[in-house]
Write a protein that binds this ligand. Sequence first.
Ligand code: TXA
Ligand code: MG
Length: 376
Amino acid sequence: MTNILPFSRNVQECEIGVETKILAPTTENIALAGQLLRDGRLVALHTETVYGLAANAFDTAAVSEIFAVKGRPQDNPLIVHIADVDDVHRLTRWFPETARKLAGAFWPGPLTMVLPKNKAVPYAVTCGLDTVALRMPGSPVMLAAIRAAGTPLAAPSANRSGRPSPTRAAHVMDDLGGKIPLIIDGGSCEIGVESTVISIIASRTDGAVPAKIKILRPGAVTADEIAAATGLSVGSDIEIDPAVLSPLPEDAAPPSPGMKHRHYAPRAEVILVEGDFDGFADVVSRVVGDAGPYKLWAMCFAGEGDKLSVPYIEYGGENDHLGQCGAIFDALRRLDAMGAERVYVRAPSRDGIGLAAYNRLLRAAGFRVVNLHKET
Ligand code: TXA
Ligand code: MG
């Protein structure tokens, strides 16, 4: 199929077998993306965090197709992306002062707010929840596509479920090629990890009492920045959900359903090592002797790899948390391509944006951590 027009809109007909085009974000191609989205098709779009797999948020059939194409669990709700703050009123029945301040400070940008949904939002988007996650993305590509579609777009990360999130158009092609008609290539994603997701909890729905905030997923917008924008305090009013740093008990109902699923995982077994570089090098050289048939790799900070006795990928400077975030998912995918079977990873500090990098690696590792600080 060389021409992706005209479109058929038959949900029974799975998208498998379509030709996937990768196009630059020209005005013409953005208009094409808008037309596909209006017609109920899926389009992968660049955002400043990771690539998103977008559908018209009000089109239940198109939204259902996102779950099918990604192999996404049916209980993991989607983020709805808007291009204008006023669009929140098309989607939520409550937008308190705290949310308004946060939108003013961080939108467009990598902050997602979970708020009570209104009737217009299909339960297919929220997986039956009465809340909806909203974000105004910073990427001009995504903003232009929302405007071209003329509708808010539901969009999870554009990877196959469980795989590392895509930070380049080629990653999307690897995971979803042949299943969607179009990827708009805006280059590599500047931030490289998904948005900060917060829920805003009101003591009173009229908003008279200041809200409390829970960080459900750490991202480039940090707890300290949220505090500065709202006047709330970290610890008492702004809490980091325990699921950010520890596995949920089997039967627990997670505040953010995405947190209970295996995530960001390459095929290799990943082990996160907390401690200094010398300790890390020691762990690696100890296991290299008895690694047996494993193809052992290290993921370390810039400038460290040459001092190790195993092949390595460097993922940003030790104190460059944004650089680490930008490199993590690409590094995990490259390790797969190299046939790595076991990967020891230098753990970043959890300060500032480091918490987002740490959280993604912890999940890629399935919570397997060697903590050298605790060893005597
Ligand atoms: O940066 C991002 O947020 C990217 C780009 C494409 O915008 N999107 C993204 O979507 O990461 P996804 O689906 O991979 O992650 C959405 C997260 C999941 O952990 C999900 O459980 C949570 O947001 N979420 C969505 N709706 C929610 C809700 N109503 N309540 C609690 N958590 C929600
Ligand atoms: Mg995702």
